[in-house]
Design a protein around this ligand. Structure first.
Ligand code: ADP
Ligand SMILES: N[C@@H](CCOP(=O)(O)O)C(=O)O
Length: 286
């Protein structure tokens, strides 16, 4: 989705590292070596066998933290992409960034869309992280409902059971396959494709308001799910069910207004474009 942080990196003459943060996380993230972008840069320099130079980092953050919108993956990808550009003379090797960032994050779920943009499926192959990317069908509009309260991915993970019933696993495999067809070609199937039996009910106790909003929006026929590990609610909208005209700007704005009314003032409702490019490195500013 088209929601991104910006990290400006200036190489220093000495080995010191400074961090300045504006926007999301400005009052909570550390400003020292433990800052996630610094950690990612250091790990990426280690991976290429080079010593990290001193840098001044300026982070302008737009992605809310701990909301299931992949802020940690974005920070890691920013640090690794900056390193790739510094060691590669400005050239961005996306595949290397993907491998390195997924190693650091420990899974590729959010790193893959950050690096490549679009709709991605990612997994671990025999030896390396793998990703398949494609553009969603025209007119699929993601709408995120972001609550004020955050929830760490670590806590949400802790609520998942070690095992699930075989019937739920089979149901989920079918829905995962259906989701690919729905996002790529048949958005009218998005509602059924987003039925979940793998994580939402287990995590509901940690985010009851999100679980209630998902249920209420799905009651209206909207394809609402928990985004990532939560607590953001994501709606994948594509016109009203049975409407032959599909989406339109007016209808999109009407649906956003209706979600706003339903969710209430505790939620920030944002329609987001789909970014098909992924991480970008721009030339040094003068
Ligand atoms: N831009 C950033 N800069 C520094 N640290 C970050 C940044 N984004 C995320 N983090 C770290 O990652 C944590 C959130 O990660 P996580 O719980 O996985 O949630 P999310 O769904 O937002 O990725 C934050 O509390 C912070 O420690
Ligand atoms: N899909 C994974 C990872 C979610 O990460 P997040 O940072 O988007 O919350 C999961 O559900 O655990």
């Amino acid at each position: 989705m088209d929601l991104s942080d910006e990290v400006e990196v200036r190489v220093r003459e000495d080995r010191n590292v400074t961090v300045a943060v504006e926007g999301e996380g400005a009052d909570s993230v550390p400003l020292d070596e433990s800052h996630l972008v610094v950690r990612a840069m250091r790990a990426a320099f280690d991976a290429v066998g080079q010593t990290m130079p001193g840098v001044d980092l300026r982070c302008r953050n737009a992605i809310p933290h701990g909301r299931g919108l992949g802020s940690s993956a974005s920070a890691i990808v920013a640090g690794v992409a900056a390193t790739a550009a510094l060691v590669g003379g400005g050239r961005l090797d996306r595949d290397w960034v993907f491998q390195t960032a997924a190693d650091i994050e420990g899974h590729p779920d959010n790193v893959a869309p950050c690096v490549y943009g679009g709709f991605t499926i990612s997994w671990h192959g025999a030896k390396t992280w793998r990703a398949w990317t494609a553009a969603p069908a025209p007119g699929v509009l993601p709408i995120v409902c972001v609550p004020r309260r955050s929830l760490s991915t670590q806590r949400a993970r802790g609520l998942l059971p070690e095992t699930v019933p075989h019937s739920d696993a089979a149901f989920s495999a079918g829905r995962a396959a259906l989701l690919v067809a729905a996002v790529r070609e048949c958005p009218e199937l998005l509602f059924e494709a987003t039925e979940d039996r793998l994580h939402q009910s287990y995590r509901a106790e940690a985010m009851p308001e999100s679980a209630a909003l998902v249920e209420s929006l799905r009651g209206d026929g909207l394809a609402a799910v928990i985004s990532g590990a939560g607590p953001t609610v994501l709606v994948l909208y594509h016109g009203a069910a049975g409407d032959p005209h599909g989406e339109s700007p007016q209808k999109n704005s009407a649906i956003v207004d209706s979600i706003r009314r339903r969710a209430g003032t505790e939620w920030h409702i944002r329609p987001l474009a789909i970014d098909l490019v992924g991480v970008r490195v721009t030339s040094p500013r003068s």
